[in-house]
Design a protein around this ligand. Sequence first.
Ligand code: ZN
Ligand code: ZN
Length: 433
Amino acid sequence: MLAYIGSKVKELEKKIIGCRRDLHKHAEPGWTEFRTAAMAITELQKLGYTIKMGEEVCKRSAMMGVPPAAELKAQQERAIAQGANPELIKKMDGITGFTAEMKFSDGGPVMGFRVDMDSNDANESKDSDHKPAKEGFASINAGAMHACGHDAHVAVGLAVAEIVASMKDKLKGSVRFIFQPAEEGLRGAGPMVAAGVTKGLNYILGMHVGFQADKKGSLVCGAKGFLASTKWDVTITGLSAHAGAAPQEGHNALLAAAVAAINLHAISRHGDGVTRINVGKMIAGEGRNVVPPNAFMVMETRGATSELNNYMAGEAGRVIKAACDMYQCSHSIEVTGGTQSGESSEEMIEIVYEAAKELPEYTDITKMKDFGAGEDYAHMMSEVQKDGGIGTYVQVGVTRMAGHHNSKFDIDEADLLPAAKLMSYVIYKVLRK
Ligand SMILES: [Zn+2]
Ligand SMILES: [Zn+2]
């Protein structure tokens, strides 16, 4: 079957690269993937997939960081001007996420494949040494650039959908492609999960070009350490004193905690991505006429990457110390948990690993790496795992011309072919009769 899949991929080579370049040229940032989604839906319908779109697959009230209505309207008009089907745009009702499902048999396993579609909010390089600029497929949409490779994800995802559809007589169960908007900023997976797109999935597969698989032939079958978070219990110790007769002798731990809490929430946000902080609980003091000698806070920080979370935790430590110094209090911090919120299932890593070993294109295969970055696919994967399913996140090797989110980000498109081959083969191995 691998030989068949390989020949199909070869057949689709021009289409994959053409699709990637077309999407690259018409980059659409989070929640505005109207043209991208319309093109993909049209393609998938032709292949016989059942499409679900709009609020059925993406809970509107859970959508975060959505551009203002006027901007969304302008982007819809732009999408139509750039060739999108106006009827489909209307049907989306402002929601670009959709699913495409194909059922091969009653019962049997259900396999999900998540594809993210959004570009970055970035301006693409116009330099002549940047291939997309030189060859005329750099983004024509100001402030929007595919600098992460999600254009390649859609191109590969559609090729995989085509190959899987062509093998339908040999498969059981069903396959569900989840085309997700707004991965950048970690906004799109949550509302799709809230609408139930992961319900009933026994397996889920996610893929990213590059990152830790940063050259041709490399492959990372699984990942852990997605969204970093730190949970702290903070104990502040001061000195009690008579609040009426000798307040000057006390060290007020309640005030130290209060000042700390307010300023923890005032920590400057970070330009590199999403950060969070919350003081969720505070207990302090003893009696009405006693200067409070004790305080206790329960808090957490979060970051889209380990670095961002470390920044938040570092600043939080500084703020707590400064507040305690102000009131001559001492403090101790107990780390009570956190760090990450997603990890590939071992069993699923094995499936990918065993499949990849049969592809001569992958010469440098790693089973698992610490991802160390935010990726809201972790949200979908953990939902599937919670329901008893298994999943993994695969980083497929591509030779990159610059790092992700760089204005000169570009990939060697030839490396997309083994990616399409591997993903199709993994789906085949899981769903074969
Ligand atoms: Zn990115
Ligand atoms: Zn990405």
